[in-house]
Design a protein around this ligand. Structure first.
Ligand SMILES: *[C@@H]1O[C@H](CO)[C@@H](O)[C@H](O)[C@H]1NC(C)=O
Length: 459
């Protein structure tokens, strides 16, 4: 009873002095806050759980498991190489498919934008049967290579992240700090630790950034792949837009380029990738086999089977590949001049071949003539396929490549002219010293062969 009267007293005394009521209600605010906080946590949990249920295809593992068998086969036949694309960034994985003996002439195939090494799997097989060591890479942003990288720190783009991402962030923070963390802070300081929350969110925020490939990045990728796989001196095969991407690397490294073969090369890719920039159209084109198939048959190849087109669509679309490819498209050097490039002192001495479609459009025939005129010293041959000939005409293509490569002086000679590294010279001397000749040769064969000296050693 005493309590009741006291309460009554309080309400009575409150009425004449309403201003006193305000600070009281503010000190009570932790309780409604606590209620809403719990509600938000429960909601966030619910949203988070349902999100992870619906977005299973976004993680690489389940994406891989959803691939059609030929693509999975291609992946398991190849390997990945760590490559540092930009200084100061963590290395990314680049996928390569290989065939043939490592003692043969080495051919490195670089696909155009929107394609991948998968398109050249038959060409690699044909090259192998002709005694060529073929390697096809997936440029970063394409095929099975990394297409995006994790950026930590986020920066000031806080407004750009969507509601769902924000809920995930807050949820993560609660998971880490515990549900009572913000509550405790509030009782201590009387306010929510907004600054602390924002600081923590920013430091923990990770976002996926598409890897956009320009000629500088491509140069680093090519250099490191050739180094890692010991492909120098290398015969380059540049298909489609790969010419513009690789041209700078060739100019900078003519001493390790055995030859360059251009396959229907142009600055702009055959696949009109710019349409993948347009909302709605891109969803339709990449979302359905029918739309993408139309695009391919219109511009790239009329001879491809539906299953092959479908494989390319899946590879292009998967793991935010569209963003990467559209980003790389923007970086292409549209003022690239093939005559100027090939006429430079560095490129002048490199043997060149042009393989061009003979059944293409009139426009493409003219482009071929233009390229032939720009490269007066190059060998010019035509194939019966379209701008993407590598799948339907793989044998024809591999025939031209192997014929050209094997008519050139053996690559070994190019390398022998250079001074032999000290450690290799030592091995050679040891081997020549006789005695345990066989043993030495056997033990170091791989090493010396890497420098193209294996044959001299056996004689
Ligand atoms: C673009 O191409 C032009 C003409 O070939 C060349 O002079 C220029 O250096 C290229 N730019 C880049 C960034 O490679």
């Amino acid at each position: 009873m005493a309590i009741l009267t006291e309460a009554e007293d309080e309400t009575k005394t409150q009425s004449p002095t309403p201003p006193e009521n305000k600070p009281q209600s503010q000190s009570q605010s932790p309780f409604p806050f606590w209620f809403y906080f719990t509600l938000i946590v429960s909601l966030a949990t619910l949203i988070f759980v349902s999100l992870s249920l619906f977005s299973t295809h976004n993680d690489p593992r389940s994406w891989f498991l959803s691939l059609p068998p030929p693509l999975r086969q291609h992946y398991s036949d190849g390997r990945t190489i760590k490559v540092q694309v930009n200084p100061g960034e963590s290395p990314i994985e680049v996928f390569v498919a290989e065939s043939g003996s490592i003692h043969a002439e080495k051919v490195l195939i670089v696909h155009g934008l929107g394609l991948s090494s998968y398109a050249f799997r038959e060409t690699l097989k044909s090259l192998d049967s002709k005694g060529i060591h073929g390697v096809a890479i997936d440029l970063p942003g394409n095929g099975f290579s990394d297409k995006s990288r994790l950026v930590i720190g986020g920066g000031d783009d806080g407004d750009e992240i969507g509601f769902v991402a924000r809920v995930k962030e807050v949820y993560g923070l609660i998971q880490e700090k515990g549900v009572f963390w913000a509550f405790d802070q509030m009782i201590e300081t009387g306010d929510l630790p907004y600054e602390e929350i924002i600081r923590l969110q920013k430091s923990k925020r990770t976002s996926l950034k598409a890897i956009e490939l320009g000629s500088e990045e491509t140069a680093r990728v090519l250099g490191q792949v050739i180094d890692t796989l010991n492909l120098a001196p290398v015969h380059l095969v540049l298909h489609d837009s790969a010419l513009g991407l690789a041209s700078n690397w060739v100019s900078e490294n003519p001493q390790i380029v055995g030859s360059v073969t251009l396959v229907d090369s142009s600055v702009s890719p055959a696949l009109p990738l710019w349409v993948l920039h347009i909302p709605l159209i891109r969803e339709v084109l990449l979302g359905f086999t029918f739309g993408f198939g139309k695009l391919v048959s219109l511009r790239c190849s009329k001879e491809m089977a539906l299953s092959e087109i479908e494989a390319h669509r899946i590879l292009l679309r998967g793991r935010s590949g569209r963003e990467a490819v559209v980003g790389s498209l923007k970086k292409l050097n549209h003022s690239f001049d093939i005559a100027q490039w090939s006429g430079s002192d560095e490129i002048n001495g490199i043997p060149m071949q042009v393989i061009w479609s003979r059944g293409g459009s009139q426009e493409w025939d003219e482009e071929g003539r233009r390229v032939a005129e720009a490269l007066p010293k190059a060998k010019f041959v035509t194939h019966s396929g379209s701008r993407w000939p590598q799948e339907s005409k793989s044998g024809e293509l591999a025939g031209y490549i192997s014929e050209f490569v094997s008519l050139l002086p053996r690559s070994i000679k190019r390398v022998s002219e250079e001074p032999i590294p000290e450690n290799v010279q030592k091995l050679l001397d040891e081997a020549k010293a006789g005695g345990d000749h066989h043993h030495h040769h056997h033990a170091h064969a791989g090493y010396t062969d890497a420098y193209g000296l294996g044959e001299e050693l056996t004689t």
